[in-house]
Design a protein around this ligand. Sequence first.
Ligand code: OGA
Ligand code: NI
Length: 363
Amino acid sequence: MISLIFNQIIKLSATTSIIKSHIQEMEKLVSSWCKNKPLPESYIFPPETRPGNLVVPTCNTIPVIDLNKAEGQNRTHIVQQILKAGQEYGFFQVVNHGVPENLMNESMDVFKEFFEMPWEDKAMLYSEDPKNSCRLSTSSVNYAREKIHHWRDNLRHPCHPLQDCIKQWPQKPVRYREVVATYTIEAKKLGLRILELVSEGLGLESRYFGDKLSESEILSINHYPPCPDPSLTLGVAKHCDPNLLTLLHQGDVSGLQVFNNGEWIGVEPLHNAFVVNIGNQLQIISNNKLKSVEHRVVTNSRVARTSAGFFIGPSEDSIIEPEKSLVDDAPFYRAFEFKDFLLHYFPNLEDNEVVMGHFKSQA
Ligand code: OGA
Ligand code: NI
């Protein structure tokens, strides 16, 4: 009996120390310490990559495309708009896209509520292991290894197959699973619809991207607390997305910037719109007919910003290569397995030339 109690005490104290170290780790979340604190040195970017006091031009911004028009006689026109935006900006916004407005609002509310919950309710999900597919973390992919930290907290999890993934999703707020499940189903539908329009524009059969190439779905929710000095730091440093297509719900607070013609341009928040961008894989498969373009997130000192990226991508075992019918002379890229792309992407994610250079064809 005594030894039983003794064992229990040992177990309990082990658990307590795990919890203690977990609490210490969680204190790295920007939202847990940032209130009324100056910007720590470890968040200050070097002069060449920090945003400074740059005012982004408002006259030049990414195209806004009305998807309602894609169903009528204007379809070819919309397809052309999408292709042109994908070539020139790598980015566009879609309105009248069919995802119900109340669902967009409700999911944004539930994302914000998640980050507002006390730490005890989020502790289970916190992890510093990049291999952990469902996790709450802070900064970029690897806090321990990176030189400079990013001003953001992040929750990400896979969404497909839903029945399996949903078990790992947050249990609080209580409506999280229900609302987010509906949201991701709708977001996937919209993504496939856009991919059909892209396929039509490229002269491919409309279901070209509909199977393995779009099998993976990851939801990545960013929380950027107000920042004491937005000129010195970034929410997310410049990068391209490694997947096929991203649908971003950026709420009503600006912060996203896209690199275009040698300058950073801002993406105006449009209520109820999705920001869509071409991922590295769509650039490769289209043999550079579409571009994945570098983007970054700046912070602000007034309000917190919450955004949710829905990343549609290939299954890890997919073989990626330029589609033959889109190759005029020689393909720009060699064939590779998608999981090898990811292995090379994460250590180099701030340098798209290095990432893509590795997969260029030798010819
Ligand atoms: C990303 C990203 C943009 C944003 O998570 O890849 O680019 O506005 N996010 O949060
Ligand atoms: Ni991105």
